[in-house]
Design a protein around this ligand. Structure first.
Ligand code: PMP
Length: 280
């Protein structure tokens, strides 16, 4: 089942045009929500980010958030899944190919579906290996747009090298990863890149920063260098699907002793508790 044209329909009822600008320009934005126990996690933050991505790319949201929210709840009930993700995509719609916006405006196309996805427990427990590459993306990485080719190519390179994620850097400053945010711990201080135009303002990043404050950890939203990354006590990534996943190897070199560290473990515990408290 999918959410399409403001209704829950069977997959075969979805007919997206080959002239959809999302198809030939990547002219669209998206969101990935997680649901635990049948309930969307941090949904208001995801809706706010969707509204912002839509506004900044000037793609009109075709329905009010309240309608989308009602429909996503209906989608989850129809699919009878309790743990997984919802992928939602909004494109500028169908029009003959031309870079400028269509005139009159096309009807934007909003589509969403859910997939059953478990938590990546093994990676959360054991950590992952990461490679580091230049950040060749544009300067509006705060917008969650469909233009993910640099991320796709980087992740494929990681996979081919037996790693699970790629960290991006701009002239030696670590920005984020191909589909997650990056945090490091040095001398009991948690560092992460400021939420500006160079990174996606991750919902999980924000949750973890909130939990870190609650745990009385020192937090600095400051850029850090590749050298600082390589000398960190702990490194981990945050994302809707990865939650808090420790990084145990960077370009084949162990991070500290090559095992997930104590701050990462505390934040993982706090995150689990937080998720659990929402589902009571
Ligand atoms: N950065 C990038 C480039 C991403 O694709 C993602 C995943 N959406 C994130 C960070 C993490 O964001 P979130 O915690 O909202 O999933």
């Amino acid at each position: 089942m999918m959410l399409y044209k403001n209704r829950i329909v069977n997959d075969h009822e979805v007919a997206i045009s080959p002239f959809d600008r999302g198809y030939y320009f990547g002219d669209g934005v998206y969101e990935v929500f997680r649901f635990y126990n049948g309930a969307l996690f941090e949904k208001d933050a995801h809706y706010r980010r969707l509204e912002r991505s839509a506004e900044q790319t000037r793609i009109p949201l075709p329905y009010p958030i309240a309608d989308i929210d009602g429909n996503l709840a209906q989608l989850l009930r129809a699919e009878k899944v309790t743990e997984g993700i919802i992928y939602l995509q909004l494109t500028r719609g169908e029009a003959p190919r031309g870079h400028a916006f269509p005139k009159p405006p096309a009807e934007s196309v909003l589509l969403a579906y859910c997939s059953e996805v478990g938590r990546p427990l093994q990676a959360i427990r054991n950590g992952i290996r990461v490679i580091v590459r230049p950040d060749i993306r544009w300067l509006r990485c705060d917008l969650k747009t469909l233009n993910l080719l640099p991320n796709v190519l980087a992740k494929q390179e990681a996979v081919e090298l037996g790693a699970e994620e790629v960290f991006f850097h701009r002239s030696g400053i670590v920005t984020e990863a191909s589909s997650s945010n990056v945090m490091l711990v040095k001398d009991d201080v948690l560092y992460t890149h400021p939420a500006n135009h160079l990174i996606l303002h991750g919902i999980t990043r924000a949750v973890i920063l909130k939990l870190a404050f609650r745990l009385n950890l020192s937090v600095r939203e400051e850029p850090f260098t590749l050298d600082e990354l390589r000398h960190a006590d702990e490194v981990f990534i945050t994302s809707t699907t990865a939650e808090v996943t420790p990084v145990i190897e960077l370009d084949g070199v162990p991070v500290a002793d090559g095992k997930p560290g104590p701050v990462s473990r505390r934040l993982q515990g706090a995150f689990e508790e937080y998720v659990g408290s929402l589902n009571k």
